[in-house]
Structure formats: structure tokens, C-alpha cells
Design a binder for this molecule. Structure first.
Ligand SMILES: Cc1ncc(COP(=O)(O)O)c(C=O)c1O
Length: 402
């Protein structure tokens, strides 16, 4: 028998097999089939804002004279990093050096870099659930275990007290992940609760990875406090940032990893060198945002707050629906009067329509690591007011028929 006769199995890696499908996109084929049947589908399932990307960014494309679209530096272009530097000074009053800001391909890459820099395969990270479901994808890629720390609807999904964190700790815990303002709950953490988690991290030598991609989106006069603003945290805070939501520019694929820990920055830069560079054209476009005044953010936030109010009033007027008034971001977790929200979400797309339309919602179970959330859905309020009202009416009729 020669080596050529050996039967070889083309087996996928454990990691590949374990990679979870996004609960946000899982129902997409059913939505496509509904559209093919001529049913209009209102998307409450995904955080793709419908607000125009500012013209001062879009217009930059016309100024591009490069005849070769080159790699940019792995760190990000000096112009883009400088524009981020002045953004942090303006928005947060922080003086950050260029070597504390690493440009990334979306906040997504910053999350992956942070996970890989903080923990070894088989290590644990503590994540507040319900959480942004794609953290599961990044922990799977990095070979990490998610240990959930549960936040509860009855507490407005605010952070649990220190005892709960202590109980979740293992000998292999390396980092805590917070998302503030929160996707999927819409909660904005107060300074005291952030400081309590920072103290916990400091006491146990854990990194604090703070995902702040919704920093701008806070309502009723709130302010999102960045982990970078917390005292005595320079050694262990890593902030994930993104231009996707801030400028309604999800397709630009630009973000940043921000840390004052030089070793973490250098490790992430070496990963960044491995992937060569973040998108150069995108960085050229992004610096256009420098000419935006504070009124841009104010107007966008006013629009989202109006949508939040429409959603909250509409949903709470449906019998059996329970939700907290979102404080920030553009999502909420709503408990519905159904025992299996995943079956309801699928039914909405495959078996139901009202005046030729239906809605797509994200079952919330996929946002938990514990077996929770089976009656809950995550709703994104990224539609204009009129569409949002219509979507809520459809949901009201559907819940009566299910
Ligand atoms: C909480 C959170 N973090 C990170 C991201 C990733 O954003 P980006 O488009 O910058 O990769 C998202 C995108 O929806 C998000 O909701």
C-alpha cells in the first residue's frame, strides 16, 4: 500500500465546527422567501442605521487622486490616527498618544485583537449577558470560553453587584468584557457600577475590554462614561471603538483599539502587521468627519431618541410585552407573551403577514450563554418613525394570532 492509497478524511477543525451562526442573520433565508412571496419585511433585527453617512465623508472620495491604491501603515495612516486623537480630546477630554490608538478594520477586528492579546486558548473571559452575539464568534476564533455574568431586565440590565463577579471568577479568568452603551439591552452604565467592575479587575489582575462603539447614542441627557476615563486603569483597560454607528458608516469598516498599556498595544500592532493594514481608502474618507460639528451628533441622537420613544410607547401598549426604556444605543430586549421567541420569529416570516407585510426580529436566546431569554427578542430601532409605527402594529396583530 502506498501513501496515495491511504484514505484521508478532510476533517474540519474543532474551531470551525464550533463556530456559531449569528442569531441575527440565522432567519435571513426565511426573510428572503417572504420577500420572494411579495411580503414586505420590516427589519427590526439588525443594527444597520438608515441615516445618511455625512456628505463631508462621502465627498472625500472625489478628492482621491492616488493612482496606486497602496497598503497603508499597519497602525493606520497618521492622518486617521490624528483625527481619532483629536476626537478623543474633543469628546472625552482625553490626551491620548498616537501609540495608544491602533486603527482596525472595524470594531470587530479590535475585539478579536483584544481577546487574542489578553488570553490563551482555554482561558475564560467574563461577559455580561445578554451580550453582542458576535463575541461568541471571536471567542471561538481565539479558543476562549465565555463565562456569563447575568444582567437582569428587572434591574434595567445594569451590572450585577461585586459578589456575582467574584462567583463567576475562575483560575483561568483573564478579562472582563463590557459593552457600554449596551447592545442588546440599551443600558448605559453609571460611573459607580463601572468603577466597581474596574476595582474587581484591578484586584484580580484582569483586563477590562470595554466595547464603546455606541458612545454617541445616549438619551435623556445621559453621558456615556468611557473606561478610559476611570481612575487608575491605564494598565488594564482596552477600548474597542468604531466609526460604523458614529457616522452611520458601517460599510467603511474602520474602528480602533485604544489602550495605554504599551505591551498590549505592541502585541496588537504585531497582529495588525500580520494582516498588513486597515483599508486605506476608508481612512482617507474617514478624516472628512473632522469637519462635523457637535450639531451632527445632536441631530442624529435626537432622531434616535424619538424612535426610542415611539418604540417604547408602542411596545409597552401591547398586552404581555415587557421592556425597560432603553437608555442608549439603538436596541432593546423585549419579553413577549410567547414561550419560544425563536419559533415566533420564524413564524412571523414563514406563516404570517398583515396587509402584505411582516417584521423580522432577533430571538434573544442567542445573546445569552446561559439557557435564558427564550421568551425575549432583541429589537433594533433603526427605521424611520413611520416604518417603526407600522412594524409595531404588525407585531401587535401577530401576537394575537400566534
Ligand atoms: C456591540 C458591538 N460591538 C462591535 C460591533 C462591530 O462593529 P464594526 O462594524 O465596527 O465592526 C458591533 C456592530 O454591530 C456592535 O454592535
Amino acid at each position: 500500500m502506498t501513501v496515495h492509497d491511504t484514505i484521508r478524511a478532510f476533517a474540519l477543525s474543532r474551531r470551525a465546527l464550533a463556530m456559531p451562526a449569528s442569531p441575527i442573520r440565522k432567519l435571513a433565508p426565511l426573510a428572503e422567501a417572504a420577500r420572494d412571496r411579495g411580503t414586505k419585511v420590516y427589519h427590526l433585527n439588525i443594527g444597520q442605521p438608515d441615516i445618511e453617512t455625512p456628505a463631508c465623508m462621502r465627498d472625500r472620495l472625489r478628492l482621491l487622486e492616488d493612482r496606486v491604491l497602496e497598503y497603508s501603515p499597519s497602525t493606520g495612516t497618521p492622518e486617521f490616527v490624528r483625527s481619532l486623537q483629536s476626537y478623543y480630546t474633543r469628546r472625552l477630554g482625553l490626551d491620548l498618544a498616537p501609540h495608544e490608538i491602533l486603527a482596525t478594520t472595524g470594531g470587530s477586528e479590535a475585539i478579536l485583537f483584544a481577546f487574542m492579546a489578553c488570553a490563551n486558548e482555554g482561558d475564560d473571559i467574563l461577559v455580561v449577558e445578554p451580550f453582542y452575539a458576535n463575541y461568541n464568534a471571536f471567542t471561538t476564533m481565539a479558543g476562549l470560553n465565555v463565562r456569563p455574568v447575568t444582567s437582569r431586565g428587572r434591574d434595567g440590565f445594569h451590572l450585577p453587584p461585586r459578589e456575582v463577579w467574584e462567583q463567576a471568577l475562575t483560575a483561568r479568568t483573564k478579562a472582563v468584557v463590557l459593552c457600554n452603551p449596551n447592545n442588546p439591552t440599551g443600558t448605559v452604565y453609571r460611573r459607580d457600577e463601572l468603577e466597581e467592575v474596574a476595582d474587581f479587575c484591578r484586584d484580580h489582575g484582569l483586563f477590562l475590554i470595554s466595547d464603546e462603539v455606541y458612545r454617541e447614542f445616549v438619551y435623556d441627557g445621559r453621558k456615556a462614561i468611557s473606561a478610559l476615563e476611570l481612575p487608575d486603569t491605564a494598565d488594564f483597560v482596552i477600548v474597542v471603538d468604531s466609526l460604523s454607528k458614529r457616522y452611520s458608516a458601517c460599510g467603511i469598516r474602520l474602528g480602533a483599539l485604544v489602550t495605554r498599556n504599551r505591551e498590549i498595544y505592541d502585541a496588537c500592532l504585531r497582529m495588525a502587521q500580520g494582516r498588513l493594514s486597515p483599508p486605506g481608502i476608508a481612512q482617507f474618507i474617514a478624516v472628512g468627519a473632522e469637519s462635523l460639528g457637535d450639531d451632527y451628533t445632536r441631530d442624529v441622537v435626537t432622531e434616535y431618541q424619538r424612535r426610542r420613544d415611539v418604540l417604547f410607547e408602542g411596545l409597552t401598549s401591547i398586552p404581555g410585552v415587557f421592556l425597560q426604556k432603553p437608555e442608549g444605543a439603538f436596541y432593546c430586549i423585549a419579553r413577549l407573551p410567547v414561550s419560544d421567541a425563536e419559533r415566533f420569529a420564524a413564524w412571523l416570516l414563514s406563516d404570517f403577514s398583515h396587509d402584505g407585510a411582516t417584521v423580522m426580529i432577533a430571538p434573544a436566546a442567542g445573546f445569552y450563554a446561559s439557557p435564558l431569554g427564550t421568551s425575549e427578542v432583541r429589537i433594533a430601532y433603526v427605521l424611520k418613525e413611520e416604518d417603526l409605527r407600522r412594524a409595531i402594529d404588525i407585531l401587535r396583530v401577530a401576537l394575537l394570532q400566534f
